[in-house]
Ligand binder design. Structure first.
Ligand SMILES: *[C@@H]1O[C@H](CO)[C@@H](O)[C@H](O)[C@H]1NC(C)=O
Ligand SMILES: *[C@@H]1O[C@H](CO)[C@@H](O)[C@H](O)[C@H]1NC(C)=O
Ligand SMILES: *[C@@H]1O[C@H](CO)[C@@H](O)[C@H](O)[C@H]1NC(C)=O
Ligand SMILES: *[C@@H]1O[C@H](CO)[C@@H](O)[C@H](O)[C@H]1NC(C)=O
Length: 500
């Protein structure tokens, strides 16, 4: 019975996709923790649009990104490969970085293009610019791009993020670099960017893209890596001062508003029932910002660490009529987005070593994950140390632990940078189902069956590491101030004259 239903359901999905390939909207929040959304239990966040997607779609409790910082995590999302393979490490790329996501890596956009998809990205790219825009989204399969190509604190932005204007600005940004640009495709449209109008610009860009694709009956892929809720938080007039949670809550609410606008456009253009909307985030909360830094909920530590708070993220899949509403506890990852979109579109997988697996069974049947393990690399992965931790089923083993400056200001002494690099032999093992907060390491002597668990983990680790070929580090190629984007390239003195 179940089998027949399943078969007819799958054939329905397959038929409907072969008739008209589905659209994909991929929403990616920045420095957003496991505990930050209303639908993941935050008491004062206002996220009505994401809550609606969670209520009508599938909410993941055990979803992971691949790095506790931005650029490597984004590289994995777009390629389905751990960042160690593409070389997007250690740490993150800067405005003047020489490297970027290598052009011979295949992004989701490049997987979908041969099938006739229209592709667009808006928001924070953070996979490089390079000389003459070598690494911009337009060189990586996206027809169009609107956004800031890196983090918005990578520039003297602190005067731009206050609303209303008489409110004192909070914190600091990078002062010695060009002001933060807004780029359209490969051209600087505005420098410095007007943060308070930015989300409106994104909503308009997305609306135009969806309307134009829908009117041509062209399938589309829209990637929206939001600047929110990364520090320094800002919000335009539609959200500033309107949440219950101060500046962080306002920024989150503004992101949620943009998602609401996107959903309204998908409905109005009549494509909503043929569109998979997927939401998640790049890494855990930046706890060093205290009340402005987001929340990992009950998970341990945050950004910069390989504890759960650094890499387990909220995730939601929404597709009315196709994905049933519910909750899944299966292990899944940003790595799995590329193979899943490719399977749904009927696209070929790139001929490379992929770490991602197809999530369709989880999405459509609330079935089992094809993913048995999740690997945890630190901010600065090295071949010498390899994996810092592995999750296999419900168990997680930490071979090395280290705090991070991003996770300072927490009462837990394991989180801040003062918690120095520490090898664990035997590894610290936690049962994440009984103890999701990683409070109580299991004892190999008191619980003999844990020895068998450890042996299995060591085998999975060895098998995985045997496949791992580290790519050349892109971040280590360094920076060149001449590569920083300047709307007025001949001006002087730089960087202060780069204003248009
Ligand atoms: C990309 O090129 C580099 C340098 O030649 C090479 O090491 C790497 O394996 C290539 N990556 C892919 C995915 O082909
Ligand atoms: C960038 O492009 C310009 C114009 O095509 C060219 O003159 C210049 O050499 C390029 N710069 C680099 C670093 O490739
Ligand atoms: C920020 O505003 C203050 C006061 O108006 C001004 O002195 C300062 O130069 C501004 N900084 C930047 C980076 O624009
Ligand atoms: C989507 O499907 C639902 C349920 O079948 C239907 O009520 C709704 O009108 C459809 N929406 C569009 C825009 O086609």
């Amino acid at each position: 019975m179940t089998f027949i239903l399943l078969t007819s359901f799958l054939s329905f999905v397959l038929c409907s996709t072969s008739a008209s390939p589905p659209n994909f909207v991929l929403l990616f929040a920045d420095d957003l923790g496991f505990g930050d959304l209303g639908c993941f239990g935050h008491p004062s966040s206002l996220t009505p649009n994401l809550d609606r997607l969670a209520a009508g779609g599938l909410r993941f409790t055990d979803f992971y990104c691949t790095s506790p910082v931005c650029s490597p995590s984004r590289a994995s999302l777009l390629t389905g490969r751990y960042q160690t393979r593409s070389g997007v490490f250690p740490g993150v790329l800067y405005p003047g970085s020489i490297g970027g996501l290598p052009l011979n890596e295949t992004t989701i956009a490049e997987v979908l293009k041969p099938l006739g998809y229209a592709t667009a990205a808006m928001g924070k790219w953070h996979l490089g610019l390079g000389a003459n825009g070598t690494f911009l989204p337009t060189r990586q399969g996206f027809d169009q791009y609107l956004g800031i190509p890196y983090s918005h604190d990578m520039g003297p932005c602190h005067n731009l993020t206050c609303f209303p204007p008489d409110v004192k600005c909070f914190g600091f940004c990078d002062l010695g670099t060009v002001t933060v640009p807004l780029m359209h495709n490969e051209v600087i449209k505005q420098q410095p960017v007007d943060f308070l109008d930015l989300e409106r610009a994104y909503s308009d860009f997305a609306t135009n893209f969806i309307i134009s694709s829908a009117s041509k009956k062209q399938p589309f892929f829209l990637y929206y890596p939001s600047h929110h809720t990364h520090y320094p938080q800002y919000a335009g007039p539609g959200a500033a001062g309107r949440s219950l949670r101060g500046p962080f809550g306002d920024a989150l609410m503004e992101m949620d508003n943009t998602i609401g606008n996107l959903m309204a456009t998908l409905e109005k253009t009549g494509v909503i029932n043929n569109t998979l909307v997927f939401f998640t985030a790049d890494n855990g909360p930046e706890l060093m910002r205290r009340a402005r830094g987001g929340s990992a909920g009950l998970l341990k530590c945050g950004k910069g660490t390989t504890y759960e708070g650094g890499m387990r993220e909220p995730a939601i899949a929404y597709w009315p009529g196709i994905i049933k509403s519910g909750v899944t506890h299966e292990i899944a990852s940003t790595l799995d987005v590329l193979p899943t979109f490719a399977a749904l579109a009927g696209a070929k997988l790139p001929p490379v070593f992929l770490d991602g697996v197809d999530m369709r069974d989880i999405l459509f049947n609330q079935g089992k994950s094809k993913r048995e393990a999740m690997m945890f690399y630190p901010i600065d992965p090295t071949e010498k140390y390899g994996l810092f931790a592995i999750r296999l089923g419900k168990y997680k083993a930490h071979f090395y632990t280290q705090g991070a400056s991003h996770s300072s200001s927490t009462p837990d002494p394991d989180c801040p940078a003062t918690a120095s690099f520490k090898p664990h032999d035997p590894p610290l093992i936690f049962n994440l189902e009984d103890d999701p907060s990683e409070n109580y390491p299991l004892s190999l002597t008191d619980q003999p069956h844990i020895q068998a668990v450890l042996e299995e983990i060591l085998k999975v680790k060895a098998d995985f590491e045997a496949t791992m070929v580290f790519g050349q580090s892109q971040v280590s190629k360094g920076t060149d101030p001449a590569l920083e984007p300047c709307c007025n390239p001949e001006c002087s003195p730089k960087p202060s004259c780069c204003r248009c």
